[in-house]
Design a protein around this ligand. Structure first.
Ligand code: GLU
Length: 308
């Protein structure tokens, strides 16, 4: 094994996986295994209200069923985000010391949305709200007032470039294009951007393969990891599967693995995913090992893939 290459599966147990999640998992597996790397399974169960043990079990069982194996991870100690709060606290304290986070008392619905990965096209809260401009004294007075704030990251007002392994150079000014993101909710729960950056850093992840909807998060994550003293992984985003309503969503239960497993063999499902993303010319059964034999990102489509 080439231990200088570390990849990860990072599913959220907020529903059963669907074809789009499975495609991202397959590509993460092929990418990591084709480089001889080590693969981690990290359970992204940050949001206690939406994470359910039944889904965690199902995610792992689906990956086993497909023959997509990993080397370490959940349910071993320390591979679930819900158990990693001390590490997030540490990073948060460092950011706070450096004036890179500020308390925000803006609306509650926005705070709740912050713990999940952003949906495509979803702006993360307002660009820079009035809370960003409060002086330290004003902050202190409000902090004593009792109503707990959410905490936002003061995103850099600078062009951050990410060399995506599949989509090429992606440049973003986080402060202007996406705005400050919540890193800790008012109820104390850490949010996606902070947790994922800390985890990728602390787990030594060198390759991140996931859906293209998260490309817009990569510059912030790269910047956060570097700010915390680490080296950012290579990001390699995967095309999305879309249906008439847009990106497939676990929340809508579209094409869930539960339904797919009742109809298809693992090889039939993998072969279909490989066909849909461009790795195979025909929709024919193939095992994960067979797909690995001639895997190349060059054949993976960049445009999103429409399925009915
Ligand atoms: N947990 C996220 C999801 O299931 C993926 C986060 C990531 O890969 O950075 O959509």
């Amino acid at each position: 094994m080439n231990t200088s290459v570390v990849g990860r599966f990072a599913p959220s147990p907020s529903g059963y996986m669907h074809m789009g999640n499975l495609l991202a998992m397959l590509l993460a597996w092929l990418d990591c295994r084709s480089l001889g790397g080590e693969l981690i399974f990290r359970l992204e169960d940050l949001d206690p209200a939406r994470s359910k043990p039944v889904y965690s079990e199902a995610l792992a069982a689906d990956l086993h069923w497909l023959g997509l194996d990993w080397d370490r991870g959940w349910p071993e100690e320390d591979y679930a985000q819900s158990k990693r709060t001390a590490l997030y606290e540490e990073a948060f304290a460092l950011l706070r010391e450096r004036g890179l986070v500020y308390p925000c008392w803006c609306s509650r619905s926005e705070r709740l949305a912050a713990a999940s990965a952003p949906q495509p096209g979803e702006a993360e809260h307002d660009r820079r709200c009035r809370c960003a401009r409060l002086s330290l004294d004003e902050q202190a007075t409000r902090l004593q007032s009792g109503r707990p704030p959410a905490w936002k990251l003061r995103c850099p007002d600078a062009q951050i470039a990410v060399e995506d392994g599949h989509y090429g150079r992606f440049i973003q000014n986080p402060a202007r294009e996406v705005g400050d993101c919540i890193v800790r909710r008012a109820d104390g729960v850490f949010a996606y951007q902070l947790a994922v950056s800390v985890d990728d850093l602390r787990m030594g992840v060198t390759r991140v393969v996931r859906g293209r909807d998260l490309l817009a998060s990569a510059p912030r994550q790269k910047w956060l990891i570097e700010t915390l003293g680490g080296t950012a992984p290579v990001y390699c985003h995967a095309p999305l599967l879309i249906d008439g309503g847009g990106k497939l969503s676990k929340r809508l239960g579209s094409l869930s693995t539960q339904a797919l497993r009742a109809e298809l063999s693992p090889e039939a499902l993998l072969g279909r995913l490989a066909f849909l993303c461009g790795l195979r010319e025909r929709d024919e059964p193939a095992s994960a090992r067979e797909l690995l034999a001639d895997f190349s990102w060059d054949r993976v489509k960049t445009e999103d893939i429409r399925i009915e």
